[in-house]
Design a protein around this ligand. Structure first.
Ligand SMILES: [Zn+2]
Ligand SMILES: [Zn+2]
Length: 376
């Protein structure tokens, strides 16, 4: 059986926010829940499908892996590793899902508990120049806020929620597991203790809606690719007055056209004319601070030689240290010669000897030795 796309399963766009996913999951999980569809195997399959899709998409890392590699990300030995892992008994699996999803309310005392809002991930891409200088980035973050239309109740104006029949409004049910009877979040109402028959048009019963908020993020000079910046309390709004989650900014640094970075050091290749390399002199090298640096090269510089400019690399985060810039010289062979230039070079060649070209002279004599040895 081919697996359906997770976004299709949850009936959301690929751009859906965490809040949208949660709403979609809640709606579909209720619809296909085995308690509501007793003996219906097809519903159970749909329910598992919905739960699996949400397990993956609610997790920023797993979602990114799925976006890149599809289902392959979670296959045995796949790139993502540690996929959702659905070998377990269905009831255990369901428990996990509901504990993950509604776990907080149970931990904090059941019905109407104060739920801490979810943490939110935001991917921010910056240039190497910005990582060098640091910047204040203005970002727009979609987060869940209380729905004004229903004042967070989730019920359409003029209607009210009714008490949940499964748990009698407690939000908790008793379940036997082995020798133990344990309290568990009610799967029918998700711990709310009530059922919304006429959900609010704006939030579809979630009581929260997704809004974009403008925030400014201070990106310090010297940040590395993959750095995580935590903004405490800037995540999703909590439920029932609970504290907000945190916002995590994941920084990615775009590849640079000229510089490669290794920690605080920068590397680049600089083409240098044949005559400059032979005679020695000065040339201008690019740097990240925008001011070209004067670099002197000694006479007789060969291709591949590395020149080090101290203190011209990246600043080190939270310190006064600065890395170095390494410039690798690439001697450029002249092209499109004029007649005069050709004559000059031919004259130069006549004057050349083992002294002016020790490397090729040495190479030639080694080749001679090798073939002489084989021949004799
Ligand atoms: Zn209930
Ligand atoms: Zn609403």
């Amino acid at each position: 059986m081919t697996k359906r796309c997770y976004y299709e399963v949850l009936e959301v766009e690929r751009t859906a926010s965490d809040g949208d996913l949660k709403v979609a999951f809640r709606k579909l999980a209720m619809k296909w829940h085995p308690d509501k569809n007793p003996g219906d195997a097809a519903a159970e399959v749909r329910f598992k499908e919905v739960a699996e899709a949400y397990e993956v998409l609610k997790d920023g890392q797993k979602r990114a892996a799925y976006d890149r590699f599809g289902h392959a990300a979670f296959e045995q030995g796949g790139v993502g590793g540690g996929g959702p892992g659905f070998g377990a008994d269905f009831s255990d699996f369901m428990t996990d899902i509901f504990d993950n999803f509604f776990g907080d309310s149970r931990a904090r005392g059941g019905r109407q508990g104060r739920n801490r809002g979810s943490d939110v991930r935001y991917n921010l891409e910056i240039t190497l120049e910005e990582a060098f200088a640091g910047k204040t980035a203005a970002i727009r973050v979609p987060t869940a806020v209380r729905c004004d239309s229903c004042e967070g109740s989730g019920a359409k104006a003029g209607s009210r929620a009714r008490t949940c029949g499964t748990c009698g409004g407690a939000g908790q049910v008793r379940a036997a597991q082995g020798f133990f009877a344990i309290q568990r979040t009610c799967p029918t109402c998700g711990g709310r203790g009530e059922i919304i028959d006429n959900p609010c048009d704006v939030c579809h019963g979630a009581g929260r809606v997704t809004r974009e908020r403008n925030l400014s993020v201070n990106v310090p000079a010297g940040v590395e690719d993959g750095t995580r910046i935590r903004l405490s309390g800037e995540g999703e709004a909590g439920g029932n007055g609970g504290p907000a989650g945190d916002l995590y900014i994941f920084l990615a640094i775009k590849p640079h056209a000229i510089f490669q970075r290794d920690g605080a050091d920068l590397f680049c290749r600089a083409p240098v004319s044949m005559t400059l390399a032979a005679l020695g002199g000065e040339f201008e090298a690019p740097t990240l601070d925008g001011e070209p640096a004067k670099v002197s090269i000694p006479a007789g510089t060969q291709t591949g030689r590395q020149l080090r400019l101290k203190g011209k690399g990246m600043p080190v985060l939270r310190s006064r240290n600065v890395g170095d810039l390494y410039i690798q010289v690439v001697v450029e062979t002249p092209q499109n010669l004029s007649r005069r230039q050709r004559e000059l070079l031919q004259e130069f060649e006549r004057e050349s000897s083992g002294e002016t070209h020790p490397e090729s002279a040495g190479f030639l004599s080694r080749v001679k030795e090798l073939f002489g040895g084989l021949g004799g």
